[in-house]
Design a binder for this molecule. Structure first.
Ligand SMILES: [Mn+2]
Length: 256
């Protein structure tokens, strides 16, 4: 089937308040790859330098007529609760210090109400389907599959001691699953033959890595370097993922 070049999807990893990098990555993907739909893997506003700018850029993108939505990250969920309490006049000490900092920056940038709206939309979406692909924040339990993984795990899943990242054990049965949440040095692409089955697009921008978009229809990764390292010049371009082979199919227990 032919995919219209105007109908492409950019799936962007955890932004964490890195507004400049987000703006640059959106410019690159919209201009070079005719992206018209943006899906973010969540964890939008915490940790990084410019949550107000991040909200403003996402609003502008929507005004320009692009479809834009984010799945719910663990930090979006926590921040959404914190902002709700602060906006309703709750005592600052009742929320985590990190969330107070985000709140103060949003106030300074005049974006509190817009951030509350953005997070209200975000926390509603544990996963977003685009064709046969599913975007979610943290991952799935490969032994249970997409449908049977607890929504809490889809948002919070962390490999425990000795537990492997979910994508190493996912056989692709439930189609392509794309996550963020766990920063990696270069994006992860697990494939069965030519077909990608698992992608991690969080390349740790807020920690000095890069911000990456996965172009779903062309199976390409485009990154811009993080500005969170002093003196580093911005540079965008196509990057090669870490390629891994999908796990062998598992015998799954029947549910019901
Ligand atoms: Mn996360």
């Amino acid at each position: 089937m032919n995919t219209q070049s105007q109908d492409r999807t950019a799936i962007i990893g955890d932004v964490h308040g890195c507004a400049e990098e987000l703006e640059e990555l959106l410019d690159v993907t919209v201009d070079l790859r005719s992206v018209s739909r943006v899906v973010l893997t969540g964890d939008l506003l915490t940790k990084g330098p410019d949550p107000a700018g991040t909200v403003r850029i996402l609003e502008e993108v929507a005004r320009r007529g692009l479809e834009v939505a984010s799945v719910c990250g663990n930090q979006d969920l926590r921040l959404s609760g914190s902002l709700g309490r602060l906006v309703e006049g709750g005592r600052p000490r009742s929320v985590a210090k990190a969330d107070r900092l985000v709140h103060d920056r949003l106030v300074k940038g005049g974006m509190v109400d817009a951030a509350v709206r953005l997070l209200a939309d975000t926390v509603e979406r544990v996963e977003i389907r685009v064709g046969d692909a599913t975007v979610l924040h943290a991952g799935i339990d490969p032994a249970l599959g997409l449908a049977a993984t607890d929504p809490h795990d889809k948002i919070h899943l962390k490999p425990g001691a000795g537990r492997r990242p979910w994508w190493l054990d996912y056989d692709g049965t439930d189609g392509l699953v794309i996550c963020g949440h766990r920063p990696v040095a270069s994006p992860i692409r697990s494939a069965r033959g030519e077909r990608p089955v698992a992608v991690n697009v969080d390349t740790g921008c807020v920690g000095g890595g890069s911000l990456t978009a996965y172009i779903l229809e062309t199976d390409e990764f485009i990154s811009v370097e993080s500005r969170q390292v002093p003196g580093r010049a911005a540079r965008g371009g196509i990057v090669a993922p870490t390629a891994i082979e999908a796990a062998a199919p598992l015998a799954r227990g029947r549910v019901g």
